[in-house]
Design a protein around this ligand. Structure first.
Ligand code: GNR
Ligand code: NI
Length: 172
């Protein structure tokens, strides 16, 4: 397994639309394994392949807070087929927007179709943090970050902050 560098905003690669995977082969599983290890180390509860520079519809998730009881979920070519009418607001963060958070409303529950680690079709109903995380990751696959749901003013504040931090790192 390997730790992969996570791309942080602003970066054009985060705006690329990911392509569905044709075949779930060992190369895909190797990337998923590396993504999971990268996600755990970060640490994060979800990671999309585009955040490590691979624009393919691949996601790892683990919202369990117990290290003893890892519950990794691998989602390949996910499609949300149902959203709940109920909307919930949650303070969202992103590994590609380090240390930035914003309250964001999203449907509370979803139903999704996807392929699992073995390439078998699955359906999952998710609510709570799992639903939140999967919707966040699926935004990444469409080239969207959580700041794209905010007003231009709030988005600008966060992105300018990150640009400033980057400039400080470059010139340090
Ligand atoms: O680790 C993460 N935490 C988180 C918290 C609230 C809503 C979404 C997330 S996903 C984020 C990891 C990440 O950036 N995945 O793309
Ligand atoms: Ni993210």
């Amino acid at each position: 397994m390997a730790i992969l560098p996570i791309i942080t905003a602003p970066d054009r690669r985060l705006k690329v639309k990911s392509k569905p995977v044709d075949v779930v082969d060992d190369a895909v599983r190797k990337l998923l394994d590396d993504m999971l290890e990268t996600m755990y180390l970060a640490p994060g509860i979800g990671l999309s392949a585009v955040q490590v520079g691979v624009a393919k519809c691949l996601i790892t998730v683990d919202v369990s807070r117990d290290e003893e009881d890892d519950a990794p979920l691998f989602l390949i070519n996910p499609e949300i087929v149902e959203y709940s009418d109920r909307i919930e607001t949650y303070n969202e963060g992103c590994l590609s927007l380090p240390d930035q958070f914003a309250d964001l409303p999203r449907p509370e529950a979803i139903t999704l179709d996807y392929l699992d680690y073995d390439g078998a079709p699955q359906q999952l109903r998710a609510d709570g943090l799992l639903s939140r995380c999967i919707q966040h990751e699926m935004d990444h696959l469409k080239g969207r970050l959580f700041v794209d749901h905010l007003s231009a003013v709030k988005r600008g504040m966060i992105l300018r902050k990150l640009e400033k931090i980057r400039r400080q790192k470059v010139t340090a």
